[in-house]
Design a protein around this ligand. Sequence first.
Ligand SMILES: Nc1ncnc2c1ncn2[C@@H]1O[C@H](COP(=O)(O)OP(=O)(O)OP(=O)(O)O)[C@@H](O)[C@H]1O
Ligand SMILES: [Mg+2]
Length: 363
Amino acid sequence: MKNCIIGKSGKNPVYLGSPSNDHKALIGATGTGKSTAAMNFILDALGNGDRVIVFNTRDSLDPKLLGERAPLYELQRKVLRPAFEGIKVPLFSPYHGSDDVIEPTAIMVSRISKMLAQCAGLSDAQQRKLQQAVAAAVEFDVYPEYGIAALKELLTTGGGCSAEKTIQKLSLFFDNNLIQDGDFIASEHMPIMEIDVNDFDLDDQRVIAEFLLGWLFYYGQKGGFKEQNVVIFLDEAQNYSFKPDSPLYRLINESRKFGIKLLMAMTSLAGKKGIGICTMAGTNFFFRPALNDLEGVAKLIDNKRKSQCMSELSLLKVGECIATGSFIINHKLVNLPTKLIGIGDSFSENSVSSSNPNTKKLC
Ligand SMILES: Nc1ncnc2c1ncn2[C@@H]1O[C@H](COP(=O)(O)OP(=O)(O)OP(=O)(O)O)[C@@H](O)[C@H]1O
Ligand SMILES: [Mg+2]
């Protein structure tokens, strides 16, 4: 794997120092350059042969941010719009292990129920009700024909107060028949797969992304990204659940060995959650923070030099950041916080060749 310039320290190009933890967090107040840097990282990841899954929430990734390099991004992108076509997930297919062990039905039923219950915030009673419906859906094999909406019918048939509430909480999935049979990961061959959920309101965008993150974790756990690693971009990562069994927490904590690399942008630290995310990511890019995060970010960078860090952070211009992690500068490994400038400019210096005839390779 070739290394790419991620920015400059003074006049010197800065390369990532092959961190064992490939997760990246970008934090900064709104408009400080996180998305622009993230899109450049995405182009670099493609140059390294990775594929990319982008959750486009809040209209956060606009290829125009890449300036002249926008066509590089656009030509390699396939946009999926779940509001119109649902999203194809082989949710009710038991996993076949490499040793040909098939996932037992009871485990599959509990896995599906848990994934849905978690992102829709179901109570234990509601999850039990859902689990009965999921078991019936497996028994009658209704998912391939009717999609996730089949569960609504089965819940209605089951009846009872908790069934009604369960249907209500899952209405986002049912009303749009949001999840249908198929395999969006295997069937979409463009290097960048953008899941555009901007047709939904912000809460629903988060729920959909959270559900798919849970699916991607499972997919990766079963070896789906072993041959070709995947970078997953997530904006406003601080808004996702970060409990120890949540998809985001598990992805950050366990997914490196599955070939999943997270690229997370955050406009605020959101207290402990953001601090947890930064601490668990291998490389952090601290853009100018919002005023109320200034001290928290400075502590994360270097608690002993907190005051100096605060003043350095507040002077950062758009597109500049202080990065922490492991870098190579002037052929030396540097593990100290490093101010990066010219982030967008530096990416265009990454060399160009091509594995895809339509596109230029960056690293
Ligand atoms: N390195 C850079 N050099 C010059 N301008 C930049 C640079 N990075 C970003 N900008 C400009 O700053 C503006 C905001 O950039 P961007 O959307 O990347 O910020 P953001 O931190 O993602 O904001 P938000 O939190 O609102 O999503 C854009 O107009 C972009 O072109
Ligand atoms: Mg942004």
